[in-house]
Design a protein around this ligand. Sequence first.
Ligand code: EPZ
Length: 436
Amino acid sequence: MLRLPDGPKIPSLPMDKLLVHGNGPLKGSINISGSKNASLPILAATLLSDQPSIIRRVPDVSDTNYMLQILRALGAEVERSSGTVRSAPSEISPEAPYDLVRKMRASICVMGPLLTRVGRAKISLPGGCVIGDRPVDLHIKAMQGLGAKVDMEAGDIVLSAPEGLVGGEIDMRGKHGPTVLGTDNLMMAAVLARGTTVIDSAASEPEVVDLANFLVKMGARISGAGTRRVVIEGVDSLNGVEHTIIPDRIEAGTFMVAGAMAGQGVTLKRVRADHLAAATSTLQEAGHIVQFNSDGNEVHISPGETPRGCDISTGPFPGFPTDMQAQFTAMFATTPGLSVVEDTIFPQRFMHCSEMKRMGADIKVDNGRALIRGVSSLSAAPVMASDLRASAALVLAALRAHGTTEINRLYHIDRGYENIDEKILQLGGNVERVPD
Ligand code: EPZ
């Protein structure tokens, strides 16, 4: 029976809802927060050293706060003050608490650090979720490739490597392309393994590169991060370090779409142009104006005079991100012409379409693709948030709709968007967070 942590549980989030009063143009500027998807593996990676690490610009969202609870439950001393987290994992236990792990799939990324530091790990199998099947076969293949024994016991993955891990060559490609967190887990396990590990078909997302940069600061020996082939030379131990998380490219992309479909000149600060190429080129192809400053850390978006529909097919970085397709679907819903959005990574990730159709959108979902015919306007309706990015897409659609849209189950958005209502208000939007 898993030992559940005593101490504070995650407070169950109130069923807040968001009232979005549409049609007010957004303008002005906001700061983009640190990346949720870089923070989660980097917080897990602090477990690789018995010395404390300081991580800055960790967004205050429920997913990162779940990860802090998991680190505490594993025995690390963890403090957060605003965006700065201090994690001191001097002594850690190998059992990730079921009560927390089941709530967030990304908690799987404590697997690699626990196994390589403690020699064993017990992680509950993450549940499925609305964007589709979320297998972990590649994570298990990675750990076995480093010599770990892996068993399934009553819904838990039980891993052991009493003699330590040994480097190997492992391919991380699944039927839908490379796995991001699988690459992260393998990299984190390999840094303390004996010998050399080669990751083939590695994910090259900016968040994977940020993790690799953090590990190298700790003393790991990694080359090729950001390419499909990463080579890791194992070392004996790692140090605690300080690190600042990269900007959240998905939050930035979400607000770029807001500026294109409901803005009159929106500027986003603390971005990285090199992480936003796919969203930028698609917005420009759709006829909108996107301009970065010379440093590439600020971007200004204005709606084009004659926006037009276009086609998107998601793919691994540097392709179009699956985490951005719902937001673009919201934009295409009121863009003249026909647009086709295909998700090759999560073919079922179209929950937002039925909610947008309640607002008057003309969308047909068929076989991993959404066919969107732009309509002149959307009308407000009570809608249900479902997953993180689908919920953000509903906020965007509501900003363009006539009337007041009520978005229920706001906790989905709070998982990954830091103070989204305050940011929209700062841009002149008219939103209200109300308890259900
Ligand atoms: C990361 O999830 C992101 N989450 C997701 O963002 C993102 O959608 C996804 O990468 C793809 O870019 C975090 O970084 C915390 P995958 P991850 O393993 O790593 C299949 C958000 O909205 N697969 O790259 O869990 C899988 O089914 C979230 O912020 C296997 O087949 O995704 C999918 O089709 C949602 N076997 C494809 O690979 C495995 O063992 C890519 O998944 C693992 C994955």
